[in-house]
Design a protein around this ligand. Sequence first.
Ligand SMILES: C[S@@+](CC[C@H](N)C(=O)[O-])C[C@H]1O[C@@H](n2cnc3c(N)ncnc32)[C@H](O)[C@@H]1O
Length: 282
Amino acid sequence: MEKVRARNNGKKSEKTIMFQKMYNHFLHVAPKYRELRTTDLGPILFITNKLQDLPSIRAADIGCGAGRYGLKLVEHLGEKCYLYCIDNNIAMLKQLKTHFTNHNIVNFIPIRSDSHKIPIQTDSLDCVMTLNAIHHFSLPHFLKEASRVLKNNGRLFIYTRLRDQNARTIWGMHFPDFHKREKRLYELDHLKSMFEKDPNLNLDSIKIFEHHRVFPLERLIEQARNHHYSTFKLYGKKQFLEAMHKFERNILRHYEDLDRITWKEENTLLVVKNIQDDYFSA
Ligand SMILES: C[S@@+](CC[C@H](N)C(=O)[O-])C[C@H]1O[C@@H](n2cnc3c(N)ncnc32)[C@H](O)[C@@H]1O
């Protein structure tokens, strides 16, 4: 970090500023995070279905946040699963620990670490999953690390909103500039090309999840005010307030029943197999 600053004549680089902004955002939102977001069981049922035949499962949830998906994974797989919960944010991990403990789950360990430096032995995991988080990572470094920690034939599950899927959410459609400001999300072709660069990572399947949402306007306003998506941190304070007003006006124009704002949301789950070419030849 200091080296980067020296190169920039003492000024913080844009990357550093963004990293700190996001870190502070997640520190702030951690206590409310699970309650603010909508948790969908679909991706977890899909993942557990792929893993359930294994006699024991060592898995990692990278960018695990406050543990809403990790908990569901462990609850579905039971005691044969051991979960490493990895996040760089201390406040998120604190929430996760309380959440798991309150549900009497003991087969997990919270680890504070970066997605590109996973403190787990090489060739040791059956599953690496990451939900709603890859757009925060340095993706090439994360993929390299995921490939390192996965066993031969281990699976990497990436659950994300693609850029075009983001445009079709209630926020993408009606919150001014939401889609344009959120440049961190990936297009499918871009993701595919990243796997092609790694000889061990083989794209196995792609599953699109459709979620039919019905929310009262009040709940949407509560979510946005509390910045349930980090995209809202990409607005200045004044810009955000103006955009909120416009969003409300747009909703009033487009929907009659403000207790039942409906739309369809989509997410993509990529299943990637770690196949080590040198495994048999070694
Ligand atoms: C949008 S939240 C998603 C959390 C969780 N997966 C969920 O769906 O509820 C992204 C999470 O990634 C974490 N994160 C961001 N950048 C990270 C990095 N470089 N390494 C590890 N975790 C990171 C954040 O602290 C945050 O908890």
